[in-house]
Design a binder for this molecule. Structure first.
Ligand SMILES: C[S@@+](CC[C@H](N)C(=O)[O-])C[C@H]1O[C@@H](n2cnc3c(N)ncnc32)[C@H](O)[C@@H]1O
Length: 447
């Protein structure tokens, strides 16, 4: 790290960039770590400050309100106050005086004496008087929104769709850290062997109940394992469940219509033991390259990629072609707010309806390509009935020749059978169910 850039300087810069560009925080963090050569021991603190401040942005503004009122300030000053209060309230290992001193130094460097005096005054007041209590908010949905830092429209929408208790659990789980999981490449290592090698490397894992290739990390950093990345891929276990439910066999012809960056495509390819054929499409060449790179690292050769608009695949493939189709559709991503907390501040309710139209167009365009005895999995990483169950209801209305594959429910892992999100149209997995990403998954077939 260069001398003049401290971890907190980098954190401030990153938070500014995320809010200005709406860019994804995990990508920016990784770039900053390599660009500033952040030391190993500082990576954790940097990640914690950036994610924590983003994850709790609305809560932090609520905490600051009595001390700053409606005062106009530059965006970077607000960001500096937010990240400082985040550390004072949530990071017990960092002493308050150190946080305040560093914030004041940054304010002096970036602004002028007046600003550093203001930052000093606000933070010392927070330290002396403490942050306000949520009990002052009488409306329970507004309180939940502020307490867990979710936009109020979203909390109200979830409550109307899933009820208060589920919504509360979901909001709470969205601000906690989630389970890290990995998928083994079974052509390179057997799962038992992977468990014992990881254990020798000081990494404790448990088998995932959702995928036979999945391991949940209990202790240690898998990125440091010798098995990574050729034999291990980082992937949420709920995401693994999607490819499991596609029920592929090695000799099949498979379409993955929205496939970048290739997490599920490569899982499917592994399940097919790199045999058969997978056609993996995505809109842009730059994204398609990511799939090729993943496949290369994992040694998979049965994937043919192409930049293509999957709403027009009928021009590229004959009807009745594929044994299996996966449509892992572009969506609002409301199930992955823990990894991408910026989504909750940028997405608007209208986006749900815009994306739903796109999802439906994609669904309608891939259906004719399914073989008569084929299976089509529709999935999203979002939690919203309009993008999920309601799409399927509409599709079944418009296509009376289709039905939900009844064997889908039988094949779901036992741990899923009693989940609150199971309906006759598929399964909605909430983030709190497995401490992992929220997903909707269903499977269709011809009657
Ligand atoms: C949820 S992501 C897919 C994630 C991927 N299945 C994985 O597991 O790594 C949805 C993808 O759909 C792509 N997409 C959006 N509209 C599309 C279209 N009309 N045709 C093809 N791909 C599209 C997006 O670029 C995005 O990469």
């Amino acid at each position: 790290m260069t001398k003049q850039k401290t971890v907190r300087d980098i954190a401030l810069q990153l938070l500014q960039r995320v809010s200005e560009s709406g860019g994804f925080s995990h990508i920016l963090i990784n770039q900053a770590i390599s660009q500033h050569q952040v030391k190993q021991e500082d990576k954790g603190l940097l990640t914690e400050i950036v994610y924590g401040t983003l994850q709790r942005q609305m809560t932090l503004d609520f905490y600051l309100e009595p001390f700053v009122g409606k005062k106009k300030m530059d965006h970077w000053v607000r960001t500096l106050l937010r990240m400082s209060v985040y550390q004072m309230v949530y990071l017990s290992r960092v002493p308050d005086h150190a946080v305040i001193n560093e914030a004041v130094t940054t304010a002096k460097k970036k602004g002028h004496k007046g600003i550093s005096g203001f930052v000093n005054g606000v933070l010392r007041n927070v330290q002396r008087k403490g942050v306000p209590s949520f009990d002052t908010i009488t409306d329970e949905l507004e309180r939940l929104a502020i307490e867990t830092s979710h936009p109020e429209w979203l909390v109200r929408r979830w409550e109307s769709q899933y009820g208060f208790d589920l919504t509360k659990d979901m909001c709470q789980s969205n601000i906690e850290s989630k389970q890290v999981s990995v998928r083994i490449q079974p052509m390179k290592i057997e799962i038992k062997q992977a468990i014992s090698q990881l254990s020798e490397e000081g990494i404790d894992v448990e088998r995932s109940p959702l995928s036979e290739q999945g391991l949940n990390v209990v202790k240690g950093n898998v990125l440091h394992s010798e098995l990574f990345p050729e034999s291990l891929t980082i992937q949420d276990e709920t995401s693994m469940l999607v490819s499991e439910m596609l029920d592929v066999k090695p000799d099949m012809k498979v379409l993955d219509a929205c496939s970048a960056p290739g997490g599920k495509t490569t899982h499917i390819a592994e399940k097919m033991l790199s045999q058969g054929e997978i056609y993996a499409y995505d809109l842009h060449q730059s994204k398609v390259k990511l799939i090729n790179e993943k496949a290369r690292v994992l040694g998979l050769t049965n994937i043919e990629t192409k930049a293509y608009d999957s709403r027009e695949l009928e021009d590229n493939h004959d009807p009745n072609t594929f044994d299996r189709i996966l449509l892992d559709a572009p969506c609002t991503g409301l199930g992955v707010l823990r990894s991408k907390p910026d989504i909750k501040y940028h997405k608007k309710e209208d986006n749900i309806y815009q994306l739903a139209q796109n999802q439906y167009d994609l669904l309608r365009s891939v259906i004719p390509l399914l073989k008569e005895n084929g299976k089509l999995v529709y999935s999203t990483c979002t939690v919203d009935r309009h993008e999920n169950e309601e799409q399927i209801i509409q599709l079944l209305n418009d296509h009376s020749e289709l039905e939900i594959d009844p064997t889908f429910f039988e094949e779901l892992p036992t741990v899923c059978h009693k989940l609150a999100g199971i309906t006759e149209y598929g399964i909605q997995i909430f983030p709190q169910d497995f401490n992992a990403d929220g997903f909707f998954i269903t499977r269709l077939r011809y009657k």
